[in-house]
Ligand binder design. Structure first.
Ligand SMILES: C[S@@+](CC[C@H](N)C(=O)[O-])C[C@H]1O[C@@H](n2cnc3c(N)ncnc32)[C@H](O)[C@@H]1O
Length: 272
C-alpha cells in the first residue's frame, strides 16, 4: 500500500473496466473465474482470458513467423497459425501444433542462449509477432525484449504477460513461489515502466486480460539501441526495488488499462 493510502487509512478502489464475458475460452467450456475483490492498490483485470486475447491477435496479425519465449506445455503456442519458433529450456511438450506447410522450431535453451546462438539469423527468421512469457524477472524480460526487437521486422508487435500484478505476494522476485503453486507474476512490471519512460516511439497498450494483464507493444524498431544502452542502468535502478517501495499507485497511474475486446475490434478494423 502506498504511503498516501496508508495515511488516508483506506484503499484505492479501482473500477473494473472490462467485461467478464470472454472472447471464447471461458465461455466455451472453461469455468468462469472467481473474480476476487479489489484489494489494496491493485486492480481486477476482468477482461477476457489472456489466451483468448492472444488467439485473436494471431487471427488478426497473421504473422508469417511467431516467436515465443516461455512455452511450458504449449497453451499459448497452440494458438500459432503460421511458422513459429518456441524457446524454453524446459518444455513440457504435449502435442505441439504442427501446421501443414508451416515450419516449426523448438529451441530447448534459455532465451539468452537461443538468441545468442545465431539460429534465428541463420534460418532467416524475422518474427512479426511474439509473446515473451519466459523467466519472470525484470532483467530477463528486458533482455528478451531487446533481443526480440533486434531480430524482429520493423513495425513488428510483441505481447508481454503478467505485467499487472494483483498482489504483493505475486510480484516478489523469489521464484520459489512457482513450486508452491501460488500465482507468481514476478517483477516484470518494471519493463513496462521502463519502456514508457524511455521508448516513447513505441505504441504500448496495456490490456485488461484476465488475470495479470497483457501488454501489446507495436511499432518495434530493430535498429533502435536505446534499451541495450540503458540495460545496466535498468538493472541498477530497478532490479531490487519492490513495487510497494516504488509506489503501486505510481506504477498503475503511468498508463490506462484498456478493454481487450475494444482493442481487438479496433485492431481488426485497422488491419481489414
Ligand atoms: C509461465 S510459463 C509459460 C507459459 C505459456 N506461455 C502459456 O501461456 O501457457 C514460463 C516458461 O518459461 C520458461 N523459462 C524459464 N526460464 C526461461 C529462460 N531463461 N528462457 C526461456 N524460457 C524460460 C519456463 O521453463 C516455463 O516453461
Amino acid at each position: 500500500m502506498s504511503l498516501i493510502s496508508k495515511l488516508r487509512g483506506k484503499t484505492t478502489a479501482r473500477k473494473p473496466i472490462g467485461k467478464v464475458t470472454s472472447l471464447g475460452r471461458l465461455a466455451n467450456g472453461g469455468s468462469e473465474p472467481e473474480i476476487p475483490p479489489v484489494t489494496g492498490e491493485f486492480r481486477v483485470n476482468d477482461g477476457p482470458h489472456y489466451l483468448d486475447v492472444l488467439a485473436e491477435l494471431h487471427r488478426i496479425l497473421r504473422p508469417d513467423w511467431y516467436l515465443e519465449v516461455g512455452t511450458r506445455e504449449g497453451r499459448s503456442l497452440a494458438l500459432a497459425l503460421g511458422n513459429y519458433v518456441a524457446i524454453d529450456p524446459d518444455f513440457h511438450r504435449q502435442s505441439p501444433p504442427l501446421l501443414p506447410g508451416k515450419r516449426a522450431h523448438f529451441l530447448s535453451l534459455t532465451s539468452d542462449d537461443a538468441f545468442a546462438s545465431g539460429f534465428l539469423e541463420r534460418e532467416g527468421v524475422r518474427p512479426q509477432f511474439g509473446f515473451l512469457d519466459g523467466m519472470h524477472l525484470s532483467e530477463f524480460l528486458m533482455r528478451d525484449f531487446i533481443n526480440y526487437e533486434r531480430v524482429a521486422t520493423a513495425g513488428s508487435a510483441v505481447a508481454l504477460h503478467d505485467c499487472l500484478p494483483f498482489t504483493h505476494a505475486a510480484e516478489t522476485r523469489d521464484d520459489a513461489v512457482i513450486a508452491t503453486g501460488k500465482p507468481w507474476t514476478g517483477d516484470v512490471w518494471k519493463v513496462v515502466w521502463w519502456l514508457l519512460q524511455h521508448r516513447p516511439d513505441l505504441k504500448v497498450t496495456v490490456l485488461d486480460a484476465w488475470r495479470s494483464g497483457l501488454v501489446v507493444i507495436e511499432g518495434l524498431d530493430p535498429a533502435n539501441t536505446v534499451l541495450s544502452g540503458l540495460y545496466d542502468r535498468f538493472v541498477a535502478e530497478m532490479r531490487d526495488i519492490r513495487l510497494q517501495d516504488f509506489g503501486t499507485d505510481r506504477y498503475f497511474a503511468a498508463f490506462d488499462v484498456h478493454s481487450s475486446s475494444r482493442f481487438i475490434e479496433t485492431l481488426r478494423k485497422a488491419k481489414a
